[in-house]
Design a binder for this molecule. Structure first.
Ligand SMILES: [Zn+2]
Ligand SMILES: [Zn+2]
Length: 384
């Protein structure tokens, strides 16, 4: 019989003449632990993991604001925005409307944990223009006005970063297809739309991804969480909320805002990263390490190449071309935090000598455009 560890502790205590009552305490659980999201920094920047769209009981959410800060700390985030609805407070009979209070409370819990808590609001209107988040506000209550153009102007006057939320939300978009209305042109052309949610919760909107590229809007990816995070995401099974990766010069709110305004961001959601090649390429190249890049391949022999992935992202590679000297697998998965073997087989066609080989692949879960995977090579030096 295997004794539980607490029994092993209890036996010597009894032998020393302590209380004969058995000690029924169980081993202390790990109550608070943070799981880091490991994504490399592009050159010159820090990769900050941010959820810029969250709700609390101060609008239609189901949690107290301080819980949002601790969830973010546990899940490896750097920053969150509290963005309760301006126009919708279904709990107001129990909790009077206080537009700025949720951020104050979340900051009280976030500051000691080092979580950046950004003051925001969700401007909540019918389509068009639908819902927009304004973040880095100084006074949320100023957005409580009847006309949506005045609400957006009030946010803009505070220097807010403003983005269009869930453009393909089924309640406001037929069959989940996002439509760009003249009202969006009006907001965009007046310089008051700076980003767009390409991901909201479990949804990815390819139209929004295309507009983000064409119109130079920041790519945004958020949970829009209302429930406790663990009710919507299987956190203990590695399920992660969507986050916006912001490539900032420093880990501060000011630097984060500057990076968003310069559209240095990407979406990380459901194992996919969506963003510009200038950010996705260094993320891939700095995650993946070929441990033995010099291989000897004699005739039709094979070399076993060990490839490590130091990031939290599983990379799904698909062969995108061929080489006369070697054959390589059609598909290759590089799981997060693991080292895998890539088998490279000689075709017998290579003349004797040393030759650099760029194995051609595409990374199917790194999207630089809708349906456009990141092209990448695995670089070896082969001795034939
Ligand atoms: Zn919304
Ligand atoms: Zn929302």
């Amino acid at each position: 019989m295997k004794l539980a560890p607490w029994i092993l502790v209890a036996i010597p205590l009894l032998a020393l003449g302590h209380s004969p009552t058995p000690d029924r305490r169980l081993p202390a659980p790990v109550t608070k632990a943070r799981t880091e999201i490991r994504i490399p920094d592009p050159p010159g920047f820090l990769t900050l993991k941010c959820d810029l769209h969250t709700h609390t009981v101060f609008s239609d959410g189901l949690v107290w604001p301080s819980v949002r800060s601790e969830e973010a700390w546990r899940e490896g985030l750097d920053a969150i925005a509290i963005t309760d609805h301006i126009e919708y407070q279904p709990h107001k009979d129990d909790l009077p409307t206080k537009h700025d209070r949720s951020t104050d409370i979340a900051r009280g819990a976030g500051d000691p944990l080092g979580i950046i808590v950004i003051r925001g609001s969700e401007i909540t209107r019918q389509m068009p223009p639908g819902h927009l988040n304004a973040i880095f506000l100084t006074n949320c209550a100023a957005l409580s006005v009847s006309n949506w153009t005045d609400a957006i102007a009030a946010a803009h006057a505070q220097g807010a970063f403003i983005f269009w939320n869930h453009p393909g939300w089924e309640a406001q978009a037929t069959n989940g297809i996002a439509v760009w209305y003249p009202e969006h042109t009006q907001i965009y052309e007046s310089g008051m739309m700076h980003g767009i949610e390409v991901v909201n919760g479990r949804s990815y909107y390819p139209e929004a991804h295309r507009w983000a590229i064409e119109k130079k809007l920041a790519i945004i990816s958020n949970s829009d969480i209302h429930a406790p995070m663990g009710m919507d995401y299987h956190l203990h099974d590695g399920d992660l909320r969507p986050v916006t990766l912001v490539f900032a010069k420093e880990r501060t709110a000011e630097s984060l805002k500057e990076a968003l305004r310069e559209r240095r961001s990407a979406a990380f959601a459901a194992g996919f990263v969506v963003g510009d090649e200038q950010f996705l390429r260094p993320i891939f190249e700095r995650s993946v390490r070929i441990k033995n890049p010099s291989a000897t391949i004699k005739g039709k022999g094979r070399a076993l190449i060990q490839i490590a992935n130091d990031s939290s992202i599983d990379f799904h590679l698909e062969r995108s071309g061929s080489l006369p000297e070697v054959t390589i697998p059609k598909e290759l998965v590089l799981p997060a935090g693991k080292t895998v073997i890539l088998e490279v087989k000689g075709t017998g066609a290579a003349p004797a000598g040393e030759k650099p080989l760029a194995l051609p692949y595409e990374v199917n879960n790194l999207l630089i455009g809708p349906d456009r995977p990141l092209p990448a090579t695995l670089d070896l030096t082969a001795r034939f």
